[in-house]
Design a protein around this ligand. Structure first.
Ligand code: PLP
Ligand code: ZN
Length: 419
């Protein structure tokens, strides 16, 4: 299997440019990185990965944010609005309640547009510039479109976003709209939007910036690098486990790639690799199904439903990269109900951390795995929360307290409070 945790150094192909190339994860065909636009393998249509002749050590990283890790990225700089360097919050009460040696929340909602998608876009949009693209496109459950609109505009490019009509949270559409994207509302679900945008990209109509694009995942690797550095600095050891919500499984793939590269660079021992643990909503859990069945492929779910709209995905495109990641790191995958997600959203909010529903799935899943004894009490765990509370104000209002009408005078307010 090509996607294993191995310390072996790769052979550098002739088409590498400055030690960077694209390689098919199935047939190992290689391609020059920045000559032609390509998202999948010409030979077998499988997924591509960015590969490097030289991998950096922790000592090589300097600065703050995604571009701190430039030595682990395909370019030296990007189209940036200061993404990354997100907080790794302590949550003492939740740590105690769940019963863990240590628990930290890596809150990706603190990125410029409010989700981790910014980390991928700063790299992806820079590559688009390198390739001479003038129109960018994505299918999105919302956050990818918000990030693409912001980074595309900053890069001076036209952006098209295809969204499932009626299924995108209000904050996300507002962002895509104000940052100047053309919003195409598709009468279908996310997977249908992705099918269409892939066809548009295939016909040369636009440069595709979904997580099928291997360059975006390079930026998302930096989540893993920040978590590892944060735990090493605070606990003197890397985390035992990273729990994250799974939609298209881009982050799962990106974190696994970060670990593989660190193992290859001799910076991480095979037995120090954190266990990748994916969480999906019960109504959209094809990855969980594949892990439970020991399957090498994911069965596409045509009807998906969950309040956690960011992970309302039935055909996770990065599954071939993510399944080995979960298995090789001894991780697992679990599904949670919408009610469990809402409860976790409230728990995080009670610690001062505001997240959107999909993000809370990680905490809901961790709680369940700990209760089932699959996660042990001596583990140090990082939970990823992927998007900000304000992304989905309707979900937040529904999960939180109702406003209480009071008269416009102090005595009336006091009377109300005394009731
Ligand atoms: C995109 C997104 C996800 C899903 O991430 P994948 O990398 O596609 O698995 C989860 N949560 C939020 C808030 C997102 O925006
Ligand atoms: Zn191939």
């Amino acid at each position: 299997m090509s996607l294993s945790l191995s310390a072996e150094k790769p052979d550098v192909p002739d088409d590498a440019a400055d030690g960077v190339w694209l390689e098919c994860i199935d047939c190992a065909e290689t391609f020059a990185p920045f000559e032609d636009v390509r998202y999948t393998c010409d030979a077998c249509d499988s997924l591509l990965e960015v590969r490097y002749a030289d991998l950096p050590t922790f000592d090589d990283f300097e600065g703050r944010g995604v571009w701190r890790y430039a030595d682990a990225l395909p370019l030296e700089s990007g189209v940036s609005v200061q993404e990354g360097a997100t907080p790794l919050y302590e949550v003492p009460r939740l740590e105690e309640e769940i019963g863990l040696e240590a628990l930290r929340i890596k809150h990706e909602g603190m990125n410029p547009t409010g989700s981790f998608k910014d980390r991928g876009m700063t790299v992806g949009v820079a590559v688009a510039t390198e390739l001479g693209a003038d129109r960018l496109a994505c299918a999105s459950t919302g956050n990818t479109s918000a990030a693409l609109a912001a980074y595309g505009s900053r890069g001076g490019m036209e952006t098209l976003v295809l969204l499932p009509a009626g299924k995108v949270a209000a904050g996300k559409i507002a962002q895509a709209s104000l940052h100047g994207a053309r919003i195409l509302e598709v009468d279908g679900n996310f997977d249908a939007c992705l099918d269409i945008v892939q066809e548009l990209a295939g016909q040369g109509e636009a440069y595709l910036l979904n997580s099928l694009n291997p360059f975006r995942l390079e930026g998302q690797k930096t989540i893993g690098l920040e978590i590892l550095e944060g735990f090493r600095d605070d606990y003197g050891a890397f985390p035992d486990r990273i729990v994250l919500p799974v939609g298209n499984a881009g982050n799962t793939s990106a974190l696994y790639k970060a670990f593989r590269e660190l193992v290859q660079a001799g910076e991480l021992d095979r037995d120090e690799v954190p266990k990748l643990t994916g969480v999906q909503a019960e109504g959209a859990a094809p990855m969980v199904e594949a892990i439970e069945n020991g399957a090498n492929e994911v069965r596409r779910w045509d009807d998906v439903e969950t309040r956690a709209t960011a992970i309302r995905i039935g055909n996770p495109v990065n599954a071939p990269k993510a399944l080995p990641g979960i298995r090789e790191t001894d991780g697992t995958a679990i599904s949670v109900s919408d009610e469990e997600i809402t409860v976790a959203q409230r728990t995080l909010a009670a610690e001062g951390i505001g997240v959107e529903p999909a993000s809370a799935a990680s905490v809901a899943g961790l709680r369940k795995l700990r209760a089932e004894g699959i996660v042990a009490d001596d583990e140090r765990v990082a939970c990823l929360t992927t998007g900000h509370l304000l992304k989905d104000p309707d979900a937040a209002a529904a999960a939180g307290n109702d406003p209480e009408p009071v008269p416009a005078e102090t005595s009336g307010v006091l009377e109300h409070l005394a009731e």
